[in-house]
Design a binder for this molecule. Structure first.
Ligand code: NDP
Length: 411
């Protein structure tokens, strides 16, 4: 009996609940729990309406492992899908060890008062998961997540050695609001304002946030967009697990409007994560900002356009240089029609469901703590095609790949 506990009822949690409910042969019993139970109940009503399935709901504050342990014991869940915030990763991992459940998340742990993204805290749990005979899967969203699996699949089927990796995340959608983030505003703004780090010749190189940018033309008519180099957590695990990589970079598109708002918010101190005193109460400006910005979970109805996320990979095969581009294009409106959310939540929630499916029935449940690229990619790649995120792989000439040109001239 595959019983799962989903923690977090935001934009991503809604998609995970819907997609799990659509596979009753894999996910036999589903409980959706979060800090605000009314959000779980609203999602459960949507799931009932769209799929005809009942899912259970519960209230839990995952900052307290004992509450998660009690819920795991009550529900009998053997796997936790953590789509709350990165701050809860360690307490939920502790609870899984205590109650004997496997663990999956989509974002690596961050301490709340330091914007520091690294896997060290979660990798330190490896031996405890091995000893308990339990499995943890880290970063099963799109990026990290699918981008790691794309890289592992390319290595398995197209390369003897990978030398360079460029992950390019373009959101060509428009939500129609003056300013909003596509996922949790606090986490998004912490990520975007952090210094950039990319990997080159055996070390990470730090440069100021948003200092390097260029135009990128997406395939299939998604258009040309300005992409900015920034740090992203999958770079850390990919260069560790695929040591032939000489250079790894992550790029994300931002509109001039988004950057203008961000600059002003930053200049006036609203992106600070240290507490300030206001009328005798301590508040964190970024947390207050989150409270007044649109909820990303509510953007689905108005968002139009597409996302295009993929990897440009170069290396050698049979002694010859080779380059490929592997990518998915996802339509915001189609996501809304299917599960009531925009494409950023969808492209994160679908891989979380697929990662969970692989852990339950696909052999991705070896004891230990794993990043996505450490598992066999083939079943996951098939599932992307089957469950809403079809991908394409095109061969590039190495010169085009060096210039991040994935669309042939005139094409
Ligand atoms: P939201 O802010 O929309 O949702 C987060 C949910 O977690 C809310 O329901 C919130 O509850 C709940 N939560 C927060 N703290 C606790 C707690 N202590 N105990 C229980 N529940 C809690 O975020 P998103 O859905 O946009 O994002 C979810 C996760 O997905 C984030 O970690 C984000 O970083 C990750 N992500 C990963 C991506 C990838 O590609 N890998 C891309 C996009 C997002 P409440 O409603 O009460 O605040």
């Amino acid at each position: 009996m595959n019983k799962v506990l989903i923690i977090g009822a935001g934009g991503v949690g809604g998609v995970v609940a819907h997609k799990c409910a659509m596979l009753p042969d894999v996910f036999h019993e589903i409980t959706l729990a979060s800090r605000t139970v009314s959000k779980c109940e609203a999602i459960a009503a949507g799931v009932r309406e769209r799929t005809g399935r009942e899912i259970a709901t519960a209230e839990v504050d995952a900052d307290h492992p004992e509450q998660v342990v009690a819920l795991l014991k009550k529900t009998g869940a053997r796997l936790v899908i953590n789509v709350a915030l990165p701050y809860q990763d360690l307490t939920i991992m502790d609870a899984c060890l205590d109650a004997g459940a496997d663990y999956l998340d989509t974002a690596n742990y961050e301490p709340m008062h330091v914007a520091k993204f690294e896997y060290s805290w979660q990798w330190a749990y490896r031996q405890r998961f091995v000893d308990a005979g339990l499995s943890a899967l880290l970063g099963s969203g799109f990026d990290p997540g699918v981008t790691n699996v794309f890289t592992a699949w390319a290595l398995k089927h197209h390369f003897d050695e990978i030398h360079t990796l460029d992950i390019i995340d373009v959101n060509a959608g428009d939500h129609g609001r003056a300013f909003a983030t596509n996922f949790n505003p606090e986490i998004n703004i912490r990520e975007v304002t952090a210094p950039c780090r990319h990997y080159e010749d055996g070390a990470f190189v730090e440069t100021p946030a948003m200092s390097e940018h260029r135009a990128f033309t997406c395939p299939d008519g998604v258009g040309t967009h300005e992409i900015y180099r920034m740090y992203h957590e999958e770079l850390e695990s990919l260069v560790k697990h695929i040591p032939t990589i000489r250079r790894a970079r992550f790029w994300m598109s931002f509109s001039p409007n988004y950057l203008k708002h961000l600059e002003v918010l930053r200049n006036v101190g609203m992106t600070r994560i240290d507490p300030v005193e206001y009328h005798g109460v301590e508040i964190v400006p970024l947390q207050f900002l989150k409270a007044v910005l649109p909820d990303p979970g509510d953007l689905g109805e108005t968002t139009r356009g597409k996302t295009c996320i993929g990897n440009v990979i170069t290396g050698v095969k049979d002694g010859r240089p080779k380059a490929v581009y592997i990518y998915n294009i996802c339509d915001h409106e189609a996501c809304f029609a299917e599960v009531g959310s925009q494409a950023i939540s969808y492209t994160t929630g679908v891989p979380a469901m697929i990662g969970a499916k692989q852990m339950l029935i696909g052999g991705w449940n070896k004891p230990g703590v794993w990043n996505m690229e450490q598992h066999d990619p083939d079943g996951f790649m098939d599932d992307l095609n089957a469950h809403g995120l079809p991908w394409r792989c095109v061969e590039l000439d190495p010169e085009s790949a060096a210039g991040l040109e994935v669309v042939a001239a005139g094409g």
